[in-house]
Write a protein that binds this ligand. Structure first.
Ligand SMILES: [Zn+2]
Length: 112
């Protein structure tokens, strides 16, 4: 009986992968030949997990502060800040939200 697991790249869902050594804690590192990115299947530090990154954005949109997010998710506030900076470069999601809020304020101040 042969057991195997098809591994997909978390960045591009590609399957053209090869093993790329092990991390210091012994987890397998993978390299995706399609998008040229490295990843692991499981991360021990919470800040590296994909769900945590999504939660940071979600909590920011619900107007939680950087220290609040760090305390709730169990990661450093500096990690939260750097993650938000990365997102503002790659995805204009947060800056768009700010623009919408500013427009809303301007609209409420000036009813005409
Ligand atoms: Zn990939």
């Amino acid at each position: 009986m042969v057991h195997y697991q098809i591994i997909h790249c978390p960045h591009c869902e590609g399957t053209d992968l090869h093993k790329n050594g092990k991390s210091l804690n012994g987890t397998q590192r993978w390299f995706c030949k399609e998008c040229k990115k490295y990843f692991r299947l499981a991360y021990r530090y919470k800040a590296c997990q994909r769900e945590t990154k999504e939660k940071i954005i979600e909590m920011t949109l619900n107007s939680s502060g950087v220290r609040d997010i760090g305390r709730v998710l169990g990661i450093s506030k500096n990690t939260v800040t750097s993650e938000l900076k990365k997102n503002s470069k790659n995805e204009p999601l947060l800056s768009d939200q700010r623009r919408i809020r500013q427009d809303g304020r301007i609209g409420s101040r000036d009813p005409a």
